[in-house]
Ligand binder design. Structure first.
Ligand SMILES: C[S@@+](CC[C@H](N)C(=O)[O-])C[C@H]1O[C@@H](n2cnc3c(N)ncnc32)[C@H](O)[C@@H]1O
Length: 237
């Protein structure tokens, strides 16, 4: 009931128009609470709930992600939504330092055990409100942006999403790379994934590559992935 009310477009417009900060914060807090609760249940089911260690589809996705980063060593990477560290392990091999962030403490505990590298720093935080203190020359966000309040849901969600993205990307160094990888099963989901890339471009990053994988039936049914790689231009470019 409350959810339906705060997500109604007329409520959203009213909040955005009158800058009702309190209601806006309430809507976002409610979203965060629901997402966190859902994730808690997912990781409580046991280790590797997404089958990252065994699914040929996921392993192929990680391989393509690594392929897009190949040929460069990074000095400081940020992985947002690292889960149990399956891709963090790869990042640890190509980066001098890695900050791996996740909302789930249970996932982070397993990630620490899996990766076990001293140059990886683990951070438990909600990335939507997290204030990065360092800068990075690589950021990776894979299978996580759709957990945030969806910008299409209304003006205050839109504003919150862009504020989050802007804050994060302000800590990407000039010349730094951003890798996005998000699975989809329908044309509508693909449009949402493409929209993430367009928003990133709107904030001044340049697209270097865009690939899709998973065009054949596989172990996870018919699931595809859109991988997008961006570069932050040097200040003088
Ligand atoms: C589906 S897993 C993706 C794991 C990995 N990035 C990958 O590519 O497979 C999504 C992860 O994002 C985390 N996550 C979701 N919302 C988040 C948020 N607001 N802040 C930080 N982590 C979040 C979840 O806890 C979960 O571990």
């Amino acid at each position: 009931m409350l959810k339906r009310l705060i997500e109604a477009r007329w409520v959203q417009s009213l909040v955005a128009r009158h800058d009702l900060k309190f209601i806006e914060r309430l809507m976002l807090a409610r979203h965060d609470f629901t997402a966190q609760d859902k994730l808690k249940r997912v990781f409580r089911r046991g280790a590797d709930p997404y089958q990252y260690a065994t699914s040929p589809y996921e392993l192929a996705r990680f391989e393509r992600m690594a392929g897009l980063l190949a040929g460069r060593r990074f000095h400081s990477a940020l992985e947002v939504g690292c889960a149990e560290g399956h891709f963090t392990k790869t990042l640890a091999g190509i980066c001098d330092r890695v900050t791996a962030l996740d909302l789930s403490e249970a996932a982070l505990q397993r990630a620490r055990q899996l990766v076990g590298q001293p140059h990886v720093e683990w951070v438990q935080a909600n990335v939507r409100t997290w204030q990065p203190e360092k800068s990075y020359d690589l950021m990776v966000m894979a299978e996580m942006l759709y957990y945030l309040p969806a910008p299409a849901k209304g003006p205050s969600y839109e504003k919150a999403f862009m504020l989050f993205l802007e804050r994060l990307l302000s800590r990407l160094e000039p010349g730094g790379r951003l890798l996005l990888a998000h699975g989809y099963g329908t044309a509508a989901d693909l449009a949402v994934r493409e929209d993430y890339g367009l928003r990133v471009e709107r904030l001044g990053l340049r697209r270097l590559a865009s690939e899709r994988i998973g065009d054949k039936p596989h172990d996870k049914g018919v699931l595809f992935c859109l991988l997008q790689l961006f570069n932050k231009p040097e200040a003088h470019a």
